[in-house]
Design a protein around this ligand. Sequence first.
Ligand code: KIV
Ligand code: NA
Length: 265
Amino acid sequence: TRRITVRDITAAKDRGEKWPMLTAYDAMTASVFDEAGIPVMLVGDSAGNCHLGYESTVPVTLDEMTMLSAAVVRGTNRALIVGDLPFGSYQEGPVQALRSATRLVKEAGVGAVKLEGGERSHRQIELLVESGIPVMAHIGLTPQSVNAMGYRVQGRGEEAAQQLLRDAKAVQDAGAFAVVLELVPAELAAEVTRVLHIPTVGIGAGAETDAQVLVWTDMLGLTGGKMPRFVKQYANLRSVMGDAAKAFAEDVVGGTFPQEEHSVH
Ligand code: KIV
Ligand code: NA
């Protein structure tokens, strides 16, 4: 079996097929999703919050993204792996973006990279695509800009909606193969999806986008605390793991683990 490519992904839009994307930050989790048939995995800088214990995605470094991306690539055979460019690794300009993306491609083996920003990132996208690196864009709520924009719904109101449409067209014109729409009104995401010929990947963007992405720790109920409205929890790993850890602790304290069957002589 060969890996899924960006061309397979763009062909899916022409056939009107929807597809799922999940984040992954380690080889073992990624292998589970790969065996489950998830076609695209994002090594998101949401690793900052969900894997590395930071308060936001802002502190995540390119070294960290390279290490996590390499692990996900090693854990998978089939999925297209997209590596997130972290904050500070592409904002200086196209040359810095190319240097950073090249590391993710050469050292980690990702098949594509993702970066945030519409019109403001179009020069970076152009140079990466010209250089042979497929780019997934990311517009709407862009968490790396939390200090400037907060975590709020984007594209509400006529002016903001027009800006989102301009951003979507800018990344398509620059050569992006797909674009994430994060936390935008469903009607606007539907319009962007109709207007663009590249696939849209929604998160909190309604039902009309070509693809849907969720952060895996949210989707499986491992993340603690209150979930945003757009998350659907398909399992409750946090209680499964917590209960197992408590049962193990009780067994050890009570002397009921290990048993004879766990012992060697
Ligand atoms: O880092 C991430 O997980 C993301 C997705 C939410 C699109 O960028
Ligand atoms: Na991200």
